[in-house]
Design a protein around this ligand. Structure first.
Ligand code: NAP
Length: 517
């Protein structure tokens, strides 16, 4: 087993004056401790072996909060992906033939190990992704919950017996694993986006090749190490990272891969969907959102402020279900803006290991530049910044929590996912107008409404063209409910009893009368 090569590189002195020095030092000591942890891995996992790229190439994993290089991981491509597919294909036969109870026990053990390493996994997430440690620990519990839930569901993959149309026949429906699954995941939830796919896949007997984001591979590798420790056999779970298009193309081209499951941007999701046609693979897509958050004039103001705050600023605005447009009734617009500003200005920005911090850095410079360009577009068209609106004095990729008023539907802030800590406030007068604005997008993942009117709750929830609706609640994801979008936000559902269907094929068996001559 390769020992993780850990590069605690010196931080460039030019960065230090702009950084929070004690925080940087604290992060380096957390990183040094993690280096000695039994879960730390910095090689790919293929067929139960920790391996380098065949040509020895590596890529650096950086801490977005400090610029520190945390580790080098292999820069893999087609060749390693094909090796991983072969391992997964070889392991498929024996893994799928285990009883559901046996697979369930392995998954349960994996869940237990994730939870007993919660602190280290949380630290790893904060280190490579930047979210505050409390939020990272929440992600570990959330991510683990999918393994626990699907360990239980493994035992409930029931088929059917269909009443036959002829007296001498018996008709059965079996549910069988689709086969080898290619799972491609983003950086914003380095653990949970993997477990939400791998949990149900492994539960029903599939094997998997996982490709985490190159920005956050260490959490994925640590989770895979725990899977091995849990007794999940070699080859059942493989992890490769590096050249994303090459890895994606290898997964798409292989006839042995029977399913692609992807979470990430809509643009890449469309490419994968087109690419899957060549071998007619099953495909599930969890893509970008443009979540509306409608605040009606009958809403409880405190509930609305708290709910919008949670829906907007979690992970510094970098989640697919983050409120992207706050659409407020004209009658309470000013009052809401004032109360919301008071709440937002209390959000403490800083590195994720500092006590009290609730807003970490953005993932990289490109993310900050996207926020800046969206804001510039809005300001040039008449919007006003009432809070924040610029890079944070901490430097790096920290950005001030921002509120923009007088946002109109033609501005980029309203049309596309900003994926940053910017809350654009739009106005509406009638309920019909609010619904029209909310649905005026190609996205359809999450929507939120704040109202105390029960009839309106039903009416508006039904009218919203979204896969998820939160009513008087800003955080709605849970392993027991189906998660997924409509329109261009994706295909399929993850989590819940419905999530396992994505990894199962139906087989109809017609049994004739053997005594018939
Ligand atoms: P992304 O750029 O699409 O990347 C997602 C994954 O795809 C990464 O592993 C990336 O690899 C890989 N990738 C990129 N190009 C590829 C290609 N040509 N072929 C195969 N794989 C490729 O998205 P992101 O910036 O990481 O994530 C943010 C997006 O994800 C947002 O739009 C967000 O809304 C969405 N998201 C959706 C959900 C949901 O459940 N609906 C949840 C979370 C996030 P590298 O990183 O190594 O380049």
């Amino acid at each position: 087993m390769g020992v993780a090569r850990f590069a605690l590189c010196k931080i460039s002195s030019s960065l230090l004056p702009r950084m929070h020095r004690p925080s940087a030092l604290r992060q380096m000591s957390v990183a040094a401790d993690l280096k000695n942890s039994t879960i730390f891995r910095s090689q790919g996992l293929i067929g139960g072996q920790w391996v380098a790229a065949h040509d020895g190439k590596t890529l650096q994993v950086n801490n977005p909060s400090t610029g520190e290089i945390i580790a080098d991981v292999p820069f893999m491509g087609r060749r390693e992906t094909n090796d991983a597919i072969s391992s997964a294909y070889e392991a498929l036969n024996s893994w799928s033939k285990l009883t559901a109870t046996e697979r369930s026990k392995c998954l349960r053990k994996w869940y237990d190990l994730i939870m007993s390493h919660k602190e280290e996994l949380g630290q790893l997430i904060t280190l490579e992704q930047g979210k505050p440690l409390k939020e990272a620990l929440g992600e570990v519990s959330y991510g683990a919950s999918f393994i626990e839930f699907f360990a239980e569901e493994a035992k409930r993959v029931y088929g059917d017996i269909i009443p036959a149309t002829l007296a001498d026949r018996r008709l059965f429906v079996l549910k069988q694993p689709v086969g080898v699954v290619g799972a491609i995941t983003p950086w914003n939830f380095p653990l949970a986006m993997i477990t939400r796919k791998v949990g149900p896949a492994l539960a029903c007997g599939c094997t998997a090749v996982v490709k985490p984001s190159e920005l956050t591979p260490l959490t994925a590798l640590a989770a895979a190490e725990l899977a091995l420790q849990a007794g999940i056999p070699p080859g059942v779970l493989n992890v490769v990272m590096g050249n994303a298009p090459d890895i994606g193309d290898a997964l798409l081209a292989s006839p042995q891969v029977r399913k692609i499951t992807f979470t990430g941007s809509t643009a890449v999701g469309k490419k994968l969907m087109a690419g899957a046609a060549g071998t007619v693979k099953r495909i599930s897509l969890e893509l970008g959102g443009n979540a509306p958050c409608i605040v009606f004039d009958d809403a409880d103001l405190d509930v609305a402020v708290k709910g919008v705050l949670a829906a907007k600023f979690r992970n510094s605005g970098q989640t697919c279900v983050c409120a992207n447009r706050v659409i407020v009734h004209e009658g309470i617009y000013e009052k809401f803006a004032e109360a919301f500003s008071k709440a937002v200005q209390n959000l403490q920005v800083g590195d994720g290991f500092t006590e009290g911090v609730v807003q970490g850095p953005l993932i990289n410079e490109a993310a900050v530049q996207k926020v800046e360009s969206f804001l510039q577009d809005a300001l040039s068209k008449g919007a006003k910044v009432i809070l924040g609106g610029k890079r944070h004095s901490l430097g790096m990729t920290f950005y001030e929590p921002t509120i923009v008023t007088d946002v109109k539907t033609d501005m980029l802030l309203a049309r596309e996912e900003v994926f940053g800590p910017v809350a654009p406030l739009l106005r509406f007068i009638t309920e019909e107008e609010a619904i029209r604005i909310a649905n005026d997008t190609n996205a359809g993942l999450a929507a939120y409404i704040f109202t105390s009117n029960v009839q309106r709750t039903w009416r508006v929830s039904e009218a919203l063209e979204y896969g998820l609706v939160g009513v008087n609640e800003g955080i709605i994801s849970t392993e027991v409910a189906p998660f997924g979008g409509v329109k261009q936000s994706g295909l399929g559902r993850e989590g819940s009893k419905y999530g396992i269907d994505e990894y199962l094929e139906l087989k109809y068996v017609c049994l004739g009368d053997m005594n018939r001559k």
